[in-house]
Design a protein around this ligand. Sequence first.
Ligand code: COA
Length: 166
Amino acid sequence: MTDAHAPLDIRRLTYADLPQLIAIERRAFPRPWSMAMFVLELSKQGGVCLAALRGEEMLGYLVCSRYDTVWHIMNIAVDPDHRRVGIATELLAELFRRVDGAGARFTLEVRESNLPAITLYERYGFRAAGRRRRYYQDNGEDAVVMWRTQSTLVGRVDDVPNASPA
Ligand code: COA
């Protein structure tokens, strides 16, 4: 049971967090990542993996990897019982605090039907700049490719590689 009065703590994700994380992952996604996929992400040098906790209870997490000069948000999820209270917002804010040097660029793929996530990302400066046809194998859904760059923050996509209408 969460102590609703405990402050939200955002800290680095560790291997010891994975059992709690997997429980959220399985409730959050139709095709959840396996434990091995999270272990692989945590083992990579230079990524940013964050956990949001109240007391001992994990409420959400974010996994972001760096490929060359671009940060890829690989996974973000919040426990269904704790949504719409700003937890994903806090995770993104901490990510940007940690890596938002001049010129930092972020990208991600999101199911085109995932309006909660698309709304969240747009609110924090991401813009759709491409599409991957039938990217999700479970239902053949397209992925929308979103970027957050200096340009997307002012509503343009001119510094996004290979930008095309989404
Ligand atoms: N519908 C519409 N807008 C939504 C929304 C929803 N269900 N959820 C979030 N948003 C937008 C709103 O603008 C919201 O601000 P508001 O509450 O003041 O209106 C803003 O995002 C911030 O929301 P926040 O409370 O920080 O988000 P959250 O902690 O509820 O987490 C997700 C958002 C997407 C991470 C969460 O819904 C989730 O875990 N979904 C399942 C996993 C998933 O799809 N991850 C993304 C994969 S690409």
